[in-house]
Design a protein. Structure first.
Length: 310
């Protein structure tokens, strides 16, 4: 969780300095969801993500230097510097990839789950999404198909109460849990800022998926510490009620976890310091890395032929 937070703060600083191409969607505030869920994932199980994907990749075990190089579109990035912030992928760590299209990752994950089901190895598939994605038509299709086929798919909804700059209640009259319940899919709703609670619930739901009980949904109630997205040096103006932001910041997931450790007699300060030192080192190396050679633009690209007449 410390790695995700400090890494994201470094990325936001680079974005404000104009060093990051395109949009950045930080996951500050969501750390307990990524860390808690993926603590219970088996190393050979696939993970699929969406545009707010940095924390998921890091929690899967991706090299922070390779992740940062990708965000900066530099050589040695996870995807050779071609994907950028919203399209991370790391096959070596079973992080299949992230999609910048809202809810597009859901049917992709169902396809992966179908493949795992046919393999018969008892593996589950994890897919992350925001609460806005569950309102997309493809989400209903994915969950309905997954339930019908009994796919070993765990959908993790990071419910931060906002869809871009719009409060979720203004977009849909049903909560994510209510939407899922209406489809007859087993689900749990948890405090997404308590990593212990997230890990416990995710572990139980993953066990259900592996046992052939069909798909499950984990709705983790959380909040963005910063904002939806940033492009370029202009930091977005706060668009949420000040009292709401303040209330959630008092429940910061890193503070919740640190307080739990202190209660057990463990000092979390050395962990933060060590991680901060490592991220600072990674940042220096990443910034010193050159951009990809122009000729590499045509490598690792699938080109579809056109069968029509000229």
């Amino acid at each position: 969780m410390c790695l995700i937070r400090i890494f994201e703060e470094e990325v936001l600083g680079m974005t404000a300095a104009g060093l990051v191409p395109g949009f950045v969607h930080p996951c500050t505030g969501h750390e307990a969801v990524a860390a808690g869920v993926l603590a219970g994932r088996l190393p050979e199980e696939w993970v699929v993500s969406y545009y707010r994907c940095h924390g998921h990749a890091l929690a899967c075990g991706s090299d922070p230097l390779a992740v940062l190089r990708e965000i900066l579109t530099r050589r040695g990035g996870l995807c050779g510097g071609k994907g950028g912030s919203m399209h991370l992928a790391d096959r070596a760590n079973r992080f299949l990839g992230a999609s910048s299209i809202v809810a597009a990752q859901l049917p992709i994950s169902a396809g992966v789950a179908l493949n795992e089901q046919r393999a018969g190895d008892g593996r589950a598939v994890v897919v992350f999404c925001g609460d806005g994605a569950l309102g997309a038509g493809v989400a209903y299709e994915t969950l309905t198909t997954a339930r019908h086929l009994g796919l070993p798919l765990l959908v993790v909804c990071e419910d931060n109460g906002w869809q871009d700059h719009t409060p979720s209640p203004e977009v849909t009259s049903l909560s994510p849990a209510e939407l899922v319940a209406g489809l007859g899919v087993g689900h749990r709703e948890v405090d997404g800022n308590d990593v212990t609670e997230v890990a416990r619930a995710a572990g139980e739901l993953l066990a259900d998926c592996r046992a052939g009980a069909g798909p499950r949904v984990l709705v983790a109630r959380t909040y963005l510490r910063d904002f939806h997205a940033q492009s370029g040096p202009d930091v977005p103006v706060e668009y949420r009620p000040a009292d709401e932001v303040d209330r959630w910041r008092r429940r910061d997931p890193l503070d919740v976890a640190a307080n739990a450790l202190v209660a057990l007699g463990v000092d979390p300060a050395p962990v933060r310091a060590s991680v901060a030192e490592e991220v600072a080192r990674v940042a220096v190396v990443a910034l010193a890395t050159p951009e990809p050679e122009p000729a590499s633009a045509t490598t690792a690209v699938a080109v579809a032929g056109w069968a029509g007449s000229a």
